[in-house]
Design a protein around this ligand. Sequence first.
Ligand SMILES: O=C(O)c1ccccc1NCC(=O)[C@H](O)[C@H](O)COP(=O)(O)O
Length: 256
Amino acid sequence: MTFDRVPGVLGRIVRERAQDYADAPTDLGPARPRPRLFHAALAREGLHLIAEVKRASPSQGRIADLDPRAAALAYERGGAAAVSVLTEPRHFGGDAQALLDVTGALTIPALRKDFVVHPAMLREAAEWGARAVLLMVSVLGEAVGTYLEYAHHVGLDALVEVHDDAELDIALAAGAEIIGVNNRDLTTLHIDLRTAPRLIRRARDAGFTGLLVAESGYSAPADLEHVRGLADAVLVGSSLAASGNLERAARDLMTA
Ligand SMILES: O=C(O)c1ccccc1NCC(=O)[C@H](O)[C@H](O)COP(=O)(O)O
């Protein structure tokens, strides 16, 4: 699979990741049971927080020198239902050890947040203790259905991310159980908080009965009013990571 058609910053990142995994074996190993712990954490009544361990990003540069384990434990104490851990090294300051440190310490489930371009990344995520992976329709296109099967094979839930109507149609056709709508256009890095509520309504109108996650750009309780009663969860990184007190920031953000 080549990624020449993926534009902008995102294109650069995914081509780098494809190069990183160019020689990795495609074998997923034996099938593992899927306990659906990430799904279960978000499926209860109400709006849940997926708090992200995010040390840097293309839009913000350096955010905070977080210790991943301490950060994730603070998020857990602050009421997060799940954590997202970046493992992309060049632009987000992530690595395998960050995920291993988090999954070794937490009781809530962890999502491996990376730019999945190769089946080996799913096998790794399972081996490193993640309960879910991010699959981006903007990167994988129609192949997201195949990657969804790979994720399930290794026992992982998948957060299938979309940003526009065409990507949502692909996620629905692929049989996604959890769809994330990213408010951030990953080509321009522009954030529009109207994107998630619009596409979430569209998914429900199309008969989608799975879980819906609103992603990116949330920093205050008032921001969440756009998605309260619509989304099952919000995925928040930069504002929490930069707060200086992750436990309190997580708790304060979700207080209606
Ligand atoms: O965050 C970025 O600048 C970025 C740039 C290019 C590709 C992906 C990027 N971020 C991934 C995400 O969408 C976020 O990490 C996640 O949704 C949390 O967003 P935020 O709360 O705005 O940090």
